[in-house]
Structure formats: structure tokens, C-alpha cells
Design a protein around this ligand. Structure first.
Ligand SMILES: NC(=O)c1ccc[n+]([C@@H]2O[C@H](COP(=O)([O-])OP(=O)(O)OC[C@H]3O[C@@H](n4cnc5c(N)ncnc54)[C@H](O)[C@@H]3O)[C@@H](O)[C@H]2O)c1
Length: 247
């Protein structure tokens, strides 16, 4: 498939999990892919796997909550590939606990990575995209940002904030030919969700009309659609990938 031939795609947090599957899917569709993460060893491995498939790929170590790191990551992308066509803000963490027990650090760390990080990446990538008057940005939010969740005040606030950022950026960047959308996954099987107890997983399943958890590929398919020509008239949208959990 060559849907993204000659396109340059940067996926944050793509050493593993959903981000890795998104990165591999773009490569499979012909893109040059910048793999970025705080995890160097796994990130190098993902970039190597993409090169072994015959596609161009580099790994850039970056902590998205550090604006200098982010500016450096965008500069390296442009140095290597001359442009950036697609940014996927996927890096994210959880620090779950009930609000009354939540430490300042639990709140700050989650907001800094999930929301401020996406802002830093969007700001830096948008400057490059604006020069070419084209581009697309896809933010990985969560259904929890739409509905809230016990023990996730920090995470749900960050993911709800990301939806606000998506819509504001969509309005600001539309005149420059850049689309900005969000995907809100429900329960997707990755290392992030492996931490949850069997009891919690069974409780989730009961409220999912399709009665099963999603796979990272389900999220990746939606991201590729939003970044593609097929979605060129869609901006400021949030697409749930949640088996009907929050319809
Ligand atoms: N798994 C789910 O059910 C689910 C549901 C809804 C939304 N999401 C969102 O999808 C995204 C990917 O989640 P996942 O399940 O693959 O999790 P994961 O923990 O497997 O992957 C997250 C990646 O982000 C990286 N990362 C963490 N902090 C970073 C930082 N400061 N800078 C750069 N990279 C950093 C991690 O190293 C990791 O590679 C996250 O934004 C998450 O909130 C996941």
C-alpha cells in the first residue's frame, strides 16, 4: 500500500503499545516514520523494524514534557526528511488513584506529559507545516476525557484538555491547510491496561456493547484515516474507538 508514499510522519510515544502499531501502520502505507519516545532501546528497535520493512525511519529520543527536547525532535525530523506531514500526539501515561489520595506530583506528571506535551509538539510541528500550507495532526485522547472515570481525575482532565486543544488548534490552523483531529479510544489491550485487575477488566466488558476490548490496530486504522486524503474535509473532530462504550 502506498497511501502515505513520500509523507513524513512523526509519532510520539511510539516505542511500544498503540504508538508502535500506529508507526508500523504508517510505514506499511509507505511513509517515512520518525519514532519518538523516552525509551531509547525499544524506540531504536521499532525504527529498525521499520527499516527492515524497506521504509525510511529514525528514532529520536524525546521527553514531550520538555519543550527544548520537543523543538530538537522537530528540528531533527526536518533536518533528516525536509518536512513533517503528519504528527500523532500519542505519548501518554496514567498515575491512577482516588482524588483525595492523589499527590501533586501525580497530577502534574500526567498533565505535563499528556496535555502540555501535546501542546509543545503541536506548536513546534505546526510552524513547519504552515510553511508548506498542508499537514495533519491527530491527538490520542480517551473516552475517559469525555465521560470521566473513578481514580483518573488527572488522566481524564488531561484527555478532556486534549480535546479542547484539538478544537482550538483546528480553528487556528484550518486557514493554513492543516487539519487537527482526535481519536478517543476506549479499552485497548496494551501494557498500559495490563496493569488493571481481572475484576476491573470484567466490569469494563459489561459496559462495552461490542463485548470485547479493542486492539491497537483499531486505533491505528482510525488515525491513518484521519491523516489521509479521505479525511481532508474533517477537522476538529473526535472519533471514539470504544466498541460503543460511550455512545
Ligand atoms: N490502552 C488503552 O486502553 C488506551 C485507551 C485510551 C487512550 N489511550 C492512550 O493511547 C496512548 C498510548 O497508550 P498505550 O496504551 O499504548 O500506552 P503505553 O504505556 O504502552 O505506551 C505509551 C508510550 O508513551 C511513552 N511515553 C511516556 N512518557 C513519555 C514522555 N514524557 N515523552 C515521550 N514518550 C513518553 C512510553 O514510553 C510508551 O512508549 C496514550 O496517550 C494513552 O493515554 C490508551
Amino acid at each position: 500500500m502506498s497511501r502515505f508514499k513520500e509523507k513524513v510522519v512523526l509519532v510520539t510515544g511510539s516505542s511500544r503499545g498503540i504508538g508502535k502499531v500506529i508507526a508500523m501502520s504508517f510505514a506499511d502505507a509507505g511513509a517515512a516514520v520518525v519514532v519518538s519516545d523516552v525509551l531509547a532501546e525499544e524506540g531504536e528497535k521499532t525504527a529498525r523494524e521499520i527499516r527492515e520493512l524497506g521504509n525510511q525511519s529514525i528514532f529520536v529520543q524525546c521527553d514531550v514534557s520538555d519543550s527544548q527536547d520537543v523543538n530538537g525532535m522537530i528540528a531533527k525530523t526536518v533536518d533528516k526528511f525536509g518536512k513533517i506531514d503528519v504528527l500523532v500526539n500519542n505519548a501518554g501515561i496514567t498515575r491512577d488513584t482516588l482524588m483525595i489520595r492523589m499527590k501533586d506530583e501525580d497530577w502534574e506528571k500526567v498533565l505535563n506529559i499528556n496535555l502540555k506535551g501535546a501542546f509543545y509538539c503541536t506548536r513546534a510541528a505546526a510552524k513547519e507545516m504552515m510553511k508548506k500550507r498542508t499537514g495533519s495532526i491527530v491527538n490520542i485522547s480517551s473516552v475517559v476525557g469525555l465521560m470521566g472515570n473513578l481514580g483518573q481525575a488527572n488522566y481524564s482532565a488531561s484527555k478532556a484538555g486534549l480535546i479542547g486543544l484539538t478544537k482550538s488548534a483546528a480553528k487556528e490552523l484550518a486557514p493554513r491547510g492543516i487539519t487537527v483531529n482526535a481519536v478517543a479510544p476506549g479499552f485497548i489491550e496494551t501494557e498500559m491496561t495490563q496493569k488493571l485487575s481481572e475484576q476491573v477488566k470484567e466490569t469494563y466488558k459489561k459496559v462495552i456493547p461490542l463485548n470485547c476490548f479493542g486492539a491497537p490496530q483499531d486505533v491505528a486504522n482510525t488515525v491513518l484515516f484521519l491523516a489521509s486524503e479521505n479525511a481532508k474535509y474533517i477537522t476538529g473532530e473526535v472519533i471514539r474507538v470504544d466498541g460503543g462504550m460511550r455512545m
